[in-house]
Design a protein around this ligand. Structure first.
Ligand code: 2BA
Length: 111
């Protein structure tokens, strides 16, 4: 058995969960925050059989997309020029549709 951990953008999380659940996957949704952008994202946990991992990844690819985002800035502590520059395209980074980790599960139990 494998644990798939997928960090996705908030906008994509619910459509992805719906799509995964339609196929019978069990999903746990955790509110998370990216260390760099300091903005909310969503972490999904799925315990699946090894042969289902590729299907989960292809569902994630279908539902999640790359977007350009700016780091969140506290505009009260900086000048108007700095605030403008922080919102410009130069400050944007491309956030992946999903960051995915697949981990071996030694033991899976429900009690
Ligand atoms: P954040 O840490 O908020 O990062 C958002 C995006 O900012 C990243 O997109 C990347 O394009 C950029 N970025 C991150 N750190 C950077 C740095 N030191 N310098 C310049 N740009 C930087 P993604 O790489 O697609 O990551 C999206 C989110 O996935 C991350 O949000 C983080 O929550 C998570 N993540 C990505 N890689 C991870 C890893 N190796 N371990 C744990 N979480 C990870």
């Amino acid at each position: 058995m494998k644990l798939v951990i997928a960090i996705v953008q908030r906008k994509d999380a619910n459509p992805l969960i719906d799509s995964l659940m339609e196929e019978g996957f069990k999903v746990t949704k955790i509110a998370s925050t990216g260390g760099f952008l300091k903005s909310g994202n969503t972490t999904l946990l799925l315990g699946v059989e090894e042969q289902q991992v590729d299907r989960v990844i292809s569902k994630i690819k279908e539902e999640c997309r790359r977007r350009n985002k700016s780091p969140e800035t506290d505009h009260s502590s900086i000048s108007p020029t700095e605030a403008y520059n922080s919102c410009s395209d130069k400050a944007k980074v491309e956030v992946s549709g999903a960051t995915i980790f697949v981990i071996n599960i030694d033991k899976f139990k429900k009690v």
